[in-house]
Design a protein around this ligand. Structure first.
Ligand SMILES: *[C@@H]1O[C@H](CO)[C@@H](O)[C@H](O)[C@H]1NC(C)=O
Ligand SMILES: *[C@@H]1O[C@H](CO)[C@@H](O)[C@H](O)[C@H]1NC(C)=O
Length: 474
């Protein structure tokens, strides 16, 4: 009597699995250990594993894309996500990956993937699930850096699956590399790799089944902005600004933060000044009340150096939103950069800005005076609408409301997590809006979903589409 339902169940499971692999829209990057301890025959087994794995998916720019990097002393980008849009050529390319030997510089691989693999120039698609599968047979060369690089990769919202092969792996380390404990897979040896294909495929398929149905948006306009976000302000401290204008920027920042409710359940601010060097004035979690924050802003000193904007953007990407520095994963990330001129290293600035955008940070760029480069400001901003220009430092005052408004448009939602039975529910709360006809339209949806199965209950505001993705894959 029992047999029949069980068979049905298995058939359904298999069906679900097949549906996932056929329809999975994901960008998947493999990072393969090419270090000396692996040895050529075992390296070849990794290659076979990747080939079999890839073979399970529909390949292409509307389905699943694959990239492979190998790492040992250095990192080699074997091919990017958009390089092989058909299975035959893809598998051929995997077959041709050479074995390189050397030490296990895992941190370099993680950094490389964070900074490059998902860029649109390399075929990365926005709003598509990002998956990194890293295979290694041993401890990394510099564990501290591996841990840090993994944290930065997690900030991208990538699902990181770490596969440890053999007895030389450090379980603690591969757990730190994975984005979740459930994404750690261990096998005894390279031969066993074949037995875990389905398991890894399932991990990859897991949370994409949780997609939102059509969104029934309706537009609402609001006056007051109950924004709750993590905001990093970048202040230009370069020579061309001059001391008195630097002071005007600080006055602007003081007035600006004064408009928000400060604290760990509201808005948090971090300030970074930049010129020749990047100075982290304070992290997001340093001041949990307005007076402390404003006192700290008054004490910020002028640096008087070169406009190395790229260093500031890189610093923010790598550090400012880390949970250990007060970043709250479920809150909007906003970066507001004030500058009066061109950056010194324009192409580095462009690249650093793109990488910051990959974090899902809303970047607002404010150009002050006639020395700014509009093209560069537009590249730094995460959206054309996030570029604000003013004639001079005195005019900053007039744009506080405008910048606040831009910031409000980015994130007006936050989520609370409650546990119902064994599932987590994420519910949007404390949204208070007033409808007017004069303000810009802000659309949003409120929905509730359960892990494993989503069910939307109501709708109020729009979430930026990348956030839908982000919350969908919690
Ligand atoms: C900034 O540096 C320049 C020379 O490099 C100097 O002339 C100027 O006085 C400095 N300004 C401040 C406020 O220190
Ligand atoms: C929501 O907005 C209305 C109208 O502005 C106001 O009267 C009310 O106190 C607000 N509620 C909360 C919880 O902020």
């Amino acid at each position: 009597m029992l047999t029949f339902p069980i068979i049905v169940l298995f058939t359904l499971l298999r069906f679900a699995e097949q549906t996932c692999q056929a329809n999975l829209e994901a960008d998947i990057v493999f990072a393969l250990d090419s270090s000396g301890s692996v040895g050529f025959p075992h390296f070849k087994k990794q290659i076979d594993f990747v080939k079999d794995f890839v073979n399970r998916f529909s390949i292409g720019s509307t389905r699943t894309q694959f990239s492979v990097v190998t790492f040992s002393n250095t990192v080699n980008n074997e091919f990017s996500l958009n390089e092989y849009p058909n299975k035959h050529r893809l598998i051929n390319a995997i077959d041709n990956i050479p074995y390189r030997q050397g030490v296990t510089n895992t941190h370099l691989a993680l950094e490389f993937v964070t900074q490059n693999s998902f860029l649109s120039a390399n075929g990365g698609r926005s709003n598509i699930k990002k998956i990194v599968i890293i295979l290694t047979d041993g401890k990394s060369e510099i564990p501290v850096q591996t841990k840090k690089a993994a944290e930065q990769l997690h900030l991208l919202g990538a699902q990181v699956i770490s596969v440890g092969i053999g007895s030389g792996v450090d379980t603690l380390e591969i757990t730190g590399i994975a984005s979740d404990k459930q994404n750690v897979v261990k096998v005894e040896n390279f031969d066993e790799l074949t037995t875990i294909e389905a398991q890894i495929q399932n991990a990859a398929c897991q949370d994409t089944s949780d997609t939102l149905e059509d969104t029934d948006l309706h537009s609402i306009c609001k006056i007051d902005c109950p924004i709750k976000a993590d905001i990093v302000l970048l202040i230009d401290s370069s020579r061309s600004v001059g001391l008195s204008n630097f002071q005007k920027q600080l006055d602007f920042v003081k007035d600006f933060v004064n408009r928000f409710s400060i604290g760990v359940t509201n808005t948090q601010f971090s300030i970074v000044t930049f010129a020749t060097f990047v100075n982290n004035e304070f992290w997001l979690n340093k001041y949990q009340n307005k007076q402390g924050l404003i006192n700290a802003i008054q004490k910020i000193t002028y640096q008087n150096g070169t406009t190395y904007t790229h260093l500031a953007l890189e610093f923010v990407r790598q550090n400012s939103f880390l949970p250990s520095n007060g970043g709250r994963p479920n809150f909007g990330k906003i970066v507001i950069i004030l500058t009066d001129g061109k950056s010194k290293e324009q192409s580095a600035t462009k690249n650093a800005a793109e990488q910051l955008h990959l974090l899902g940070a809303h970047v607002i760029s404010v150009g002050i005076g006639s020395g700014v480069d509009l093209l560069e400001l537009t590249r730094i901003a995460s959206d054309k609408q996030n570029v604000v220009e003013v004639e001079n430092f005195d005019a900053l005052k007039a744009i506080e409301t405008k910048i606040q408004h831009v910031a409000c448009q980015q994130t007006s939602v936050d989520w609370t997590q409650t546990t119902v039975g064994q599932k987590n529910e994420y519910i949007q709360q404390n949204i208070n809006t007033t409808v007017t006809e004069s303000c810009n339209t802000i659309m949003a949806i409120t929905y509730l979903f359960r892990e494993g199965r989503s069910s939307r209950t109501g709708l109020i505001f729009e979430m930026p589409s990348h956030k839908i993705h982000e919350y969908n894959t919690i």
